[in-house]
Design a protein around this ligand. Structure first.
Ligand code: HEC
Length: 144
C-alpha cells in the first residue's frame, strides 16, 4: 500500500514537471488576452518597419525585461520566466492560435499590456515605430 502511494505521488510529480516544461509549446493555446479595438486590430504598419531593430528589442532591449525571457528565444512561449506563468506567454509559432492574432492586435497588446496576465504594457518604454519593429520581427521570424 505504502509503495503504491509512493509511486503515485512520484508519477504525479513527474507529470507536473513534464507539463510545466512543455507548457510553452502547447498548441493550440488557450488565449486570455482581450481583443484590440477593431480600428486598431485592422492596422498593419509592418511594411515600413525594421525587423532587425525589432530583434534587438525582443532579445535584449525591452524593459523591464527582454520579450524572449517569457516568449522564448524561438518564439514558442517557453522562455525561462514564461514557464512559471499562468496563462502561459503566447506561443507565436502556433498557427492555430496566431491565425486570430493580427499585426494590429499585437501592436495594441504590446503597447497596452494584457490585464490579468504577465504581459505588461510597453507604451512608456517603446515608441510606436519600435513596437511595429518588434511585431515585424515576430511575424517574419516565428509566425507560420
Ligand atoms: C513576464 C513575461 C512576458 C514578457 C516579458 C513579455 N510577455 Fe508578451 N505575453 C505574456 C503573457 C503571459 C501573455 C498573455 C497570453 C494569453 O493571452 O493567454 C502575453 C501576450 C502577448 C501578446 C498578445 C498576443 C495575443 O494573443 O493577442 C503579444 C503580441 C506579446 N505578448 C508580445 C510581447 C513582446 C513583443 C514582448 C516584449 C516587448 C513581450 N510580449 C514581453 C508574457 C510576457
Amino acid at each position: 500500500m505504502k509503495k503504491t502511494m509512493a509511486i503515485s505521488v512520484l508519477t504525479v510529480f513527474a507529470l507536473s514537471i513534464a507539463s510545466s516544461a512543455f507548457a510553452g509549446a502547447v498548441c493550440p493555446q488557450p488565449r486570455k488576452t482581450a481583443s484590440a479595438p477593431s480600428n486598431i486590430a485592422s492596422q498593419d504598419k509592418t511594411g515600413s518597419a525594421n525587423a532587425e531593430k525589432g530583434k534587438l528589442i525582443y532579445t535584449k532591449k525591452a524593459k523591464p525585461m527582454a520579450c524572449k525571457m517569457c516568449h522564448g528565444e524561438n518564439g514558442d512561449g517557453a522562455g525561462k520566466l514564461g514557464k512559471a506563468l499562468k496563462p502561459a506567454p503566447r506561443n507565436f509559432t502556433c498557427a492555430d492560435t496566431m491565425k486570430d492574432v493580427s499585426p494590429g492586435q499585437m501592436f495594441w497588446i504590446i503597447k497596452k499590456g494584457s490585464k490579468g496576465t504577465g504581459m505588461v504594457a510597453h507604451g512608456k518604454t517603446l515608441k510606436d515605430n519600435e513596437i511595429w519593429d518588434v511585431v515585424k520581427y515576430i511575424r517574419t521570424t516565428f509566425v507560420k
